[in-house]
Design a protein around this ligand. Structure first.
Ligand code: ZN
Length: 165
């Protein structure tokens, strides 16, 4: 499948953001309608943009943003798309720092049993060890002024393309 212009813009941003060490790190998926990182393949999955709901925030999105805002003074200046990409980059950048004994599956199961409702489940989800590490990496990245400039330039190009496609 040919890459859309939007994906090329994301690819450039990812390249600028973390350098050339991740080749072929973007994959287009119809499996999800969201961004996700596949740490095993060191890839970020981006949705097929057709039908992608840019303005609709899910409960998970809301809790993700709230958590991000709580760890970064700059997060509010950026869109959910940018924050999501940075979070996924965080997964790729921190995958080697996750202790072997950490069992995500097990932690998720405990979470599902403990959470009283969906909102709480989403709130706790972003505090899972690997999720937290990913967001903290992204927050640290955003704390650098030159990086914020990169992210702003990415956003401008991304949304300009989105509106005129
Ligand atoms: Zn994540």
């Amino acid at each position: 499948m040919a890459k859309s212009k939007l994906n090329k813009i994301i690819e450039k941003f990812v390249n600028d953001a973390i350098g050339a060490s991740y080749d072929e790190y973007i994959t287009i998926t119809d499996k999800y309608d969201e961004f996700s990182a596949n740490a095993d393949d060191s890839k970020i999955c981006v949705p097929k943009w057709k039908g992608y709901k840019f303005n609709k925030k899910t409960l998970a999105d809301e809790e993700f943003e709230l958590y991000f805002y709580s760890v970064s003074n700059y997060a509010k200046e950026f869109s959910l798309v940018t924050l999501s990409i940075l979070h996924e980059l965080g997964h790729l950048a921190t995958e080697d720092d996750i202790p072997d004994e950490y069992n995500r599956e097990k932690e998720l199961n405990i979470l599902c049993k403990k959470a009283k409702n969906k909102k709480e489940l989403n709130r706790m989800y972003f505090r899972l060890y690997d999720e937290k590490m990913a967001t903290l990496w992204a927050a640290k990245w955003l704390s650098v002024k030159a990086n914020r400039k990169l992210a702003k330039e990415f956003e401008e190009e991304f949304y300009a393309t989105l509106l005129h496609k």
